[in-house]
Design a protein around this ligand. Structure first.
Ligand code: F6R
Length: 240
């Protein structure tokens, strides 16, 4: 695992943007695995800025997002489809038809999950996967458990995840109880992974990434098995 501590959140975002820009220069038709949440917002702002300056071209990119609440309408302001459109896709020259987020209103979420994995395979896998990390160590919505899923599946969100995400909703009751999330295999088979962890509340989980143990009770620790994984964190997450 490569590990880099930056002074500030802005620096983490800039370093992450450099990795994305290098990826797109090397392979303009990359398949990018994308994440939502507050952490990637700075990176997305950097990528929009780079696009506006002519430094990066998304016209041949395909994106595939990690997860989506279930059930949720794509037009809901807290849906991850809405998040991606408003925070990135609407501001760059990506072809929206090549942007994929699990369908939060699929009538059959199990079938949607199988189709999502098939899509990743048809795309030839993910070239560069962006990840945030839950305070409890979840990756995507793969919540701590004795057993983790390999493939895309419906996950019951833990109370701690619902509490953490309630800051985006009017009340805790409005936070969905389920999500469709990529499983650990799709994530671990990405050719390159960048994991961002910022803020004091991520300190414990960053420490768990830095010790020697791997455990399904902190799903992110499985990423230590990946041959090309970079953890970027800020001082607040490192020092606590
Ligand atoms: C989002 C996702 C989640 C978040 C995690 C951290 O697509 O998959 O695993 O990355 O919950 O969220 P923030 O960045 O809001 O702390």
């Amino acid at each position: 695992m490569n590990f880099l501590v930056c002074n500030t959140y802005e620096e983490v975002s800039q370093e992450a943007a450099k990795i994305f820009e290098a990826q797109l220069k090397a392979k303009p038709d990359s398949v990018l695995g994308l994440a939502t949440g507050s952490t990637p917002l700075g990176l997305y702002r950097e990528l929009i800025r780079a696009y506006q300056c002519g430094g990066v071209d998304f016209s041949r990119v395909t994106s595939i997002n990690l997860d989506e609440y279930y059930p949720i309408e794509p037009t809901h302001e807290q849906s991850y489809r809405y998040f991606m459109d408003t925070n990135l896709f609407n501001h760059i020259n990506i072809n929206k038809e090549n942007t994929f987020v699990p369908n939060g209103k699929a009538a059959d979420p199990a079938a949607e999950s199988v189709a999502y994995d098939e899509r990743v395979k048809r795309l030839g896998g993910i070239d560069l996967q962006l990840l945030g990390i839950g305070e409890n160590g979840h990756i995507g919505f793969n919540e701590p458990s004795e057993q983790l899923h390999a493939g895309t599946h419906v996950e019951v969100l833990t109370e701690s995840t619902r509490q953490a995400n309630s800051r985006f909703f009017a009340s805790l009751d409005e936070v969905p109880t389920h999500a469709i999330t990529m499983g650990m295999t799709s994530i671990l088979t990405a050719r390159k992974i960048v994991l961002l962890a910022c803020g004091k509340n991520k300190h414990d989980v960053v420490m768990a990434m830095l010790d020697d143990k791997i455990t399904t009770s902190i799903p992110a620790t499985l990423l230590k098995c990946h041959p090309d994984m970079t953890l970027l964190c800020d001082n607040a997450a490192f020092k606590g």
